[in-house]
Design a protein around this ligand. Structure first.
Ligand SMILES: [Zn+2]
Ligand SMILES: [Zn+2]
Length: 337
């Protein structure tokens, strides 16, 4: 039974230019348009990208804007043409809200690079809210084995981690720089694929290193520590450009260093010798629907231990502050009910 819908709903939003705090606002609940689902949001993960939005490192062009692109909700209404999900079905809403479907990138199976794409919680409102409208074709069915708390961080941390890992297929010893939401998920994927994993955390972050060891990584230390052997590939989840030369220096010839964030501080000048012998530095941008289908099929049959810290929707600013200062072990998730 779907209860009657309210006229308004509560959201945590950025309400004006330059204001670095989310504010509670009430928004009118509009019915879903053609191809759209209206979801009652249960949980929404807090991603590092949301920090970049709050800090103005990702520009907004419209206010208010509701962040959040790791939303798990249930279908309460469906617009014309929707037929993938039944009423009350559980649905995941990722970062990629929609693409144009007509450009060269879209036609070449590289919709993550579409220049006319929209992004959940950036160019359209996201999941830091009781309700969310999403394009049905870009939503995902979620593996039943995961609770709403657990499923939320899969939608970006897990998914972008999965895409980043695919960019370093040759890595038998994989370095992970940053061991938060994405790091702890992709470490488990890499370990289950039979790779060795080295976890590099903020210097002195004993909690993150202990968490990494608990999950079975082969070595954990600070980014200023020397690993026991060179890596042959690395994923950077920390948005710190200084880590690029460090990761190169820790890597074998032929390694790929993948920068997985949408924003990163400047990469410092470095000697060409760090790149020489076919080392490669690349970024990962967004996701494709195919990434999501592959990742959710894999994670349905390969159990992931997902650590979350749950905050009330009204405490979104606190969740962001704790994520910023490195106090969250695993993933921060908002309870939006
Ligand atoms: Zn994200
Ligand atoms: Zn396109």
């Amino acid at each position: 039974m779907i209860p009657p819908l309210p006229s308004h709903y509560r959201a945590m939003a950025l309400t004006r230019r330059g204001d670095p705090v989310l504010r509670a606002i009430d928004l009118a609940l509009a019915p879903p348009g053609p191809g759209e689902l209206l979801l009652r949001v249960a949980r929404c993960g807090v991603c590092r990208t949301d920090l970049h939005l709050v800090d103005g490192e990702l520009k907004l062009s419209q206010w208010p804007r509701v962040p959040g692109h790791e939303a798990v909700g249930t279908v309460v209404a469906a617009g014309a043409g929707c037929r993938r999900f039944a009423p009350s079905a559980r649905v995941g809403v990722p970062w990629l809200h929609a693409t144009c479907g007509a450009c060269d990138w879209c036609h070449r199976q590289r919709e993550n690079l579409c220049e006319d794409a929209h992004f959940t919680g950036w160019t359209v409102d996201g999941g830091y809210a009781q309700y969310l409208r999403a394009r049905e074709r870009f939503c995902f069915a979620l593996p039943e084995r995961y609770s709403d708390d657990e499923a939320a961080p899969l939608l970006c941390a897990g998914l972008i981690g999965w895409r980043a890992l695919a960019m370093a297929p040759e890595a038998r010893t994989l370095g992970l720089y940053g061991f938060g939401a994405a790091g702890h998920l992709v470490a488990q994927v890499a370990l289950q694929q039979g790779r060795s994993v080295y976890a590099f955390t903020r210097p002195g972050d004993e909690a993150a290193q202990a968490h990494a060891r608990e999950l079975g990584v082969h070595w954990a230390g600070g980014s200023d520590d020397k690993p026991p052997s060179p890596t042959d590939g690395a994923l950077l989840f920390a948005p710190v450009g200084d880590l690029v030369p460090i990761a190169l220096a820790h890597s074998q010839p032929g390694s790929t260093i993948v920068c997985a964030g949408i924003h990163m501080s400047d990469i410092p000048r470095m000697p060409y010798a760090l790149l020489w012998r076919e080392r490669c530095v690349r970024s990962v941008a967004n996701l494709t629907r195919r990434d999501g289908e592959e990742f959710f099929a894999w994670s349905a049959s390969h159990p992931l231990v997902i650590r979350t810290e749950v905050f009330a929707l009204a405490d979104a600013n606190e969740a962001i502050a704790r994520l910023r200062s490195g106090q969250v072990t695993g993933a921060a998730v908002l309870d939006c009910r």
